[in-house]
Design a binder for this molecule. Sequence first.
Ligand code: NAL
Length: 333
Amino acid sequence: MDAHELLTRNVSEVVTEAEVEALADDPEGKRAYVGYEPSGVLHIGHMLTANKLIDLQEAGFEVVVLLADVHAYLNGKGTFEEIADVAERMRDQFVAYGLDESQTEFRLGSEFQFDREYVTDLHQLELETSLSRAERAMSEIKSGDTVKVSQAVYPLMQALDIVYLDLDLAVGGMEQRKVHMLARDVLPKIDYDAPTCLHTPLIADLGTGIGKMSSSEGVTISMEDSTEDIEQKVNGAFCPPTRDPDPDDEGRERENPVLQIFEYHVFPRFETVVVERPEQYGGDLTYDDYESLADDLESGELHPADAKGALATYLDELIAPGRAQIVESRDGR
Ligand code: NAL
């Protein structure tokens, strides 16, 4: 797979096409980052951006994972002590998931976000940004019902981090796009470059196929799930025999989350996917790519129940190392 395909496969949006093509032409030594508010346990959304980081490492990029401890604090996620503890565990889970430790730079935001130069730049960005713009940028990220001043500072710090970590490419889920658009507008006003951005898709809620899967509501998959939990959640998933459960709806309100997880999680990490079936139902099916599996689901060759059985097996394999890491760190206390 060439560098351009590694960069852009399974991506919802790149900003801009021309900038990403220039990076793909000469990827060696380029730096990409993802930032995460530390949370105790990795879930399937973290794993999706991590898959993109693994693609980027394969293309020759250096990868930076920012454990955004100050951002989590500004977003009301706990005390600094609590967040520091959680950040460490999150790092170990990323490594267990498959982010090569020798190729990944893990940073804490608090290492540089209190420096005088950083804070001075931050205040300059505050002068350049309206409150309403900052608030809009946070609509998909903020926790709690009321907007706090801290949450208006948050996206400006996220913009500035891209500069201070010396990055060529900012990666995030689609919920980060408004923050990145703000960064592209506001950084040039204080004479920094607008960052190139790449956004990964959001997976629909497993149970209904509606909206986005989130750790706060609905059904999600996390590294804490046992094999039985995964089987149960996947068996109960919404999986009509079609890629597009909402053909009349222009906005595609409903997705097929089982197919999405095959596309964004299973095929990027496994060369072939085997769906086991008893001889009497036609025997095992083997797939080399997502499209042929989705075609078979649509034609009726592959029954949703068999697709779910295989999905549970592969998901379990993907999270098993992280699950073992969580158990180990609990036992170690
Ligand atoms: C992501 C987050 C916080 C700070 C960042 C700085 C640079 C790059 C990415 C960053 C966390 C993210 C979230 N906003 O919602 O988890």
